[in-house]
Design a protein around this ligand. Sequence first.
Ligand code: ZN
Length: 318
Amino acid sequence: MTDKIQRDTLQKFMFDAAPVRGELVEISETWQQVLARRDYPMAVKTVLGEMLAAAALLSANLKFDGVIVMQIHGDGPVRLLVVECDSDLTLRATAKVRDGESIHDGTPLPQLVNLHGQGRFVITLDPKDKMPGQQPYQGIVPLDGDTVAIVIENYMLRSEQLDTKLWLAADNHVSRGLLLQKLPQEGGIVAPTMHAEPNEAADAWDRAVALGSTLGTQELLNTDINTLLHRLFWEETIRVFEPRHPHFHCGCNRDKVGGMLKMLGQKEIDEALADLELLEINCDFCGQYYAFDKVDCAQLFATEEPVETLQAPSPLMH
Ligand SMILES: [Zn+2]
């Protein structure tokens, strides 16, 4: 455990002589912001923290401009885990444990969220600049894996056709992760010398994965990413890119909460208001408190959006 809190950092790197790229991330300040808002059992912290590191690694890896939402819908003591990461590495995260469940330290992922084989892992890619009518891309995969890392590796192989290896760890202080990825051989991404030697490229990937696999959970938790990079790959020539800095931010606001209430429908809201003076909502991600009284709710349903008659027809609606 390190007492010194370093700025949250994501470091991309590339093997000079092999079609392999990597990323290391360490998230401490952001993780503390998540943990300060809710008290989770340790086993839930581990999974949520690992998802936090994974979301940052994937967001930087997929070069996708928008929000990546990573969700685990559990059928066990944990009902939901959500991590969101924007292209600028803005993160927020939350988890929901079923009422009355006591969760022992070290409970493995399948027992937390896939007790009856009904757990699902969902990745949503929501682009920043959507075309009219464009829906976010959503990939749903079964929770086939004992760890968050394995579940995501399977997802990456299926949906992105990319060989990806992940090492993730989280405790009360830090969430760290390593990602290695085999670059595709086509498309001119790889240096010309590598095209001729596919076996060499495969060997280089195997060697990189073997080096990554020497990394134990405790070492990952207790070692800063610069030290890890040198310790793991000191025999390789590595190109290191400009570091980036993940940070916590919740984009919730009163308008969005109002929109959510509106989506529930007037009937549902009226019923709720029959019993309560005030609808009180705390943001699951940041804890921000919102209250809507009868007048506020009436206004929600009074201000209907104008019909979009002037908008050009969506190209996706043909
Ligand atoms: Zn919020």
